[in-house]
Design a protein around this ligand. Structure first.
Ligand SMILES: [Zn+2]
Ligand SMILES: [Zn+2]
Length: 336
């Protein structure tokens, strides 16, 4: 099979021929049709993940079809369309797993980081890490739902915001353009915040009731005109800009952080406690959460905006993702 690997920190993309792998016990083999490129793939490219072993095939926004099931796999069968996301399985026996909180498993694995991922024609996944793809979601759209999608969908649905609450999405990019769609379809009064107005029309088309241009308006004042945001989903990779959003929250509001900007957040503790606000992180979701994301997206018409590249053009595709010019997700396709 054809695969794309990185064999040292900062190494180049290598397109290689590999033997098609066989699934072990409780694993399935997926014939990959599409795999999104996520900013987190930089942890493999640059070799900055603790314990990372090379060579490694990255890719954790995988969509394809099961073509072999391993021993003791009873719930999945050959021919089923499935996705594999960031959550690459859990141990079932640690303290967190015993409480049923599989995403927080202390032995959890990350797809395309701890084991080879979807930048290849085939991959092996634990049966506990696959999600069924609804018939009407094409593979190239299913891919981005497996990381970007589940992250924001799961963050918002667990945020405590209720229908009618003001929910703001900061940053209209890979995560944000999905966040706006989910916010609207979950029944929130949805606010899109971005620098400049070149994405205003699009943000409104995706479902934003309000748009705030952070270069032209006082974001905090604009949010307070709406009564303050119950939740601000901070997706722009900019620590100081996220920190400055705190006072745009309503009393009891949450600044929800599903990704890490390079710089630390600096939070004014007075503005935090005096209005009983909080800053909370959100981490991805399990395969079942991903399946919920796919099903909700199919049901309510949420679509990622994607640019497709064949696997062979991985270097160009990765550069396009890093450049920030992409609208909004780069997806590798396996060229059947
Ligand atoms: Zn990702
Ligand atoms: Zn565990």
């Amino acid at each position: 099979m054809k695969a794309v690997q990185i064999s040292k920190p900062g190494g180049n993309w290598e397109i290689v021929e590999r033997k098609i792998p066989e699934p072990g016990t409780s694993q399935v083999r997926v014939k990959v049709e599409a795999c999104g490129i996520c900013h987190s793939d930089t942890v493999v490219k640059e070799g900055i993940w603790p314990g990372l072993q090379f060579p490694r095939v990255p890719g954790h926004e995988v969509a394809g079809t099961i073509d072999v099931v391993g021993e003791h796999v009873s719930t999945w069968k050959k021919g089923q369309r499935v996705g594999v996301g960031w959550h690459g399985g859990h141990c079932f026996v640690c303290e967190q797993c015993r409480r049923g909180d599989f995403a927080m498993c202390i032995n959890r694995k990350v797809t395309g980081v701890d084991f080879d991922g979807g930048y290849a024609e085939y991959m092996i996944a634990p049966a506990s890490a696959v999600a069924a793809i609804p018939d009407d979601v094409p593979a190239e759209e299913a891919g981005p739902f497996m990381c970007a999608g589940v992250t924001v969908y799961n963050a918002l649905r667990n945020s405590g915001a209720r229908a009618g609450d003001v929910v703001a999405v900061h940053g209209i990019g890979g995560l944000g353009h999905l966040g706006v769609q989910y916010g609207r379809r979950m029944g929130f009064e949805t606010v899109a915040i971005n620098r400049g107005n070149d994405k205003e029309e699009l943000a409104r088309k995706l479902g934003a009731h309000h748009y705030i241009d952070a270069t032209a308006a006082d974001v905090v004042a604009e949010l307070q005109k709406l009564g303050g945001a119950r939740v601000i989903l901070a997706t722009a990779p900019n620590g100081p800009a996220i920190s400055a959003l705190l006072d745009g929250l309503s009393p009891g509001g949450k600044l929800l952080v599903p990704a890490a900007p390079a710089e630390p957040l600096v939070i004014n503790a007075f503005l935090l406690f005096i209005h009983r606000r909080s800053v909370v992180g959100w981490y991805s979701g399990t395969a079942k959460d991903s399946q919920d994301t796919l099903e909700f997206s199919a049901l309510s018409g949420v679509h990622p905006m994607i640019e497709k590249y064949p696997l062979e053009r991985v270097a160009e595709a990765y550069e396009q993702m890093l450049s920030g010019r992409v609208r909004f997700r780069v997806v590798l396709t396996m060229g059947q």
